[in-house]
Write a protein that binds this ligand. Structure first.
Ligand SMILES: NC(=O)c1ccc[n+]([C@@H]2O[C@H](COP(=O)([O-])OP(=O)(O)OC[C@H]3O[C@@H](n4cnc5c(N)ncnc54)[C@H](OP(=O)(O)O)[C@@H]3O)[C@@H](O)[C@H]2O)c1
Length: 339
């Protein structure tokens, strides 16, 4: 593979992020990393993302594609190259063997087992540049994995669809569909990259959702998240959420901490429940990101996106900050993180 023009480290990192996004959800328990190899002239000669567990890391995938053109070139990687023998040899060895002269990365590896790659490369005479497009990576493909490394808990995104007046269903309980096909397609892409989708029994009983990740033509995506139903009521055996399209876990609790404990081997959890479960998770401080798909419709009525969140007065409002606003078809997608 060869491209015509030399590109900057920043541009190469953005390309690495695109490749990390492509493998997001398919690398567990490894982080979804992207890598780009530039030849001596700064032209792209190899790209890659982390393979499934036990197979090659991103650097190795990209180096293989670059072949001899990597010699004297630059490796641009979203995460500091690893320095430990896991199921595969250290990426640092592969970079040194390939004769890479410069390594550029975005985020340092917080995992003490794998860290130290940058120092070893520098000691071997490789020029090392860190912190390139670090925010883009830390809030993008590595967001959930970094959270898990920091806290030991899965990262929880509360996703909901709402009318402009904050309603998540019409007065009769119907909510399919508040948002556009484009918004739903966007959500299905996120589901395919997630490890689990959580709802309460109320949503299963009201909407009978399948909770799968589907492609635009309605067929199932290759990868399906675990479906998780939280609550004490029985759900009917013929409920769509129990079909064969994916696995399903039923957790008979009302305690968000117990749900997170049951999902402690997961990294990226989407909470798609109704107002009751969303309120419980918000009260427990168990939500790390909000994704609100906002449709330009008004519904009025009693069914709000979230129930009681334990706020008695305006001074005690739960404070969040917008970290992204996108248009998705006719709708808006608002992304928020705790302030
Ligand atoms: N627009 C959207 O994005 C969206 C998404 C989902 C749902 N909805 C709408 O929301 C409505 C359903 O709302 P919902 O609130 O019933 O759904 P829900 O929050 O998904 O489920 C509520 C049920 O979950 C169980 N539960 C789990 N943890 C709980 C806790 N900490 N506290 C209390 N109960 C807990 C309870 O059932 P048990 O009695 O079984 O324990 C409770 O009745 C429907 O109209 C649906 O269309 C909209």
């Amino acid at each position: 593979m060869s491209a015509q023009a030399a590109i900057s480290h920043d541009a190469a990192m953005r390309l690495a992020v695109e490749h990390a996004d492509l493998v997001k959800g398919a690398t567990y328990p490894n982080p979804p990393v992207g890598a780009v190899i530039l030849d001596r002239e700064g032209r792209v000669v190899g790209v890659g993302g982390t393979g499934p567990a036990g197979s090659a890391h991103a650097e190795v995938v990209a180096l293989r594609r670059a072949g001899n053109l990597a010699t004297g070139g630059t490796a641009v990687v979203t995460l500091e190259p690893c320095n430990h023998h896991g199921k595969t040899p250290p990426c640092v060895d592969a970079l040194l063997d390939a004769g890479i002269a410069t390594v550029v990365y975005a985020v340092a590896d917080p995992n003490p087992l794998a860290a130290g790659g940058a120092a070893r490369l520098a000691a071997a005479g490789v020029r090392v540049v860190d912190n390139v497009e670090a925010d883009l990576v830390a809030t993008g493909p590595l967001r959930e994995w970094l959270h898990k490394q920091r806290t030991g808990l899965p990262h929880v995104t509360w996703k909901y669809a709402t009318s402009i007046d904050g309603r998540s269903a019409a007065a009769d309980g119907s909510s399919q569909w508040i948002t556009s096909e484009a918004a739903r397609a966007d959500l299905h892409r996120r589901r395919a990259a997630a490890d689990a989708i959580v709802v309460g029994t109320g949503t299963v009983l009201a909407d009978d959702p399948t909770l799968t990740a589907r492609l635009a033509d309605g067929t199932l995506a290759d990868r399906q998240p675990l479906r998780v139903v939280v609550g004490k009521r029985e759900i009917p055996s013929e409920a769509n959420v129990l079909n064969d399209d994916s696995h399903t876990m039923v957790i008979r609790t009302h305690d968000p901490a117990e749900v997170l404990k049951a999902l402690s081997d997961r990294t990226d959890v989407l909470l798609e429940g109704g107002p009751t479960v969303a309120g419980a998770f918000l009260r427990a401080g168990a939500i790390d990101r909000i994704l609100a798909y906002v449709a330009p419709i008004l519904l009025g009525g009693p069914i709000t996106a979230v129930d009681d969140v334990g706020v008695p007065s305006i001074a005690r409002a739960l404070k969040w900050r917008f970290d992204g606003v996108e248009r998705v078809g006719p709708d808006l997608l608002l992304s928020l993180v705790p302030r």
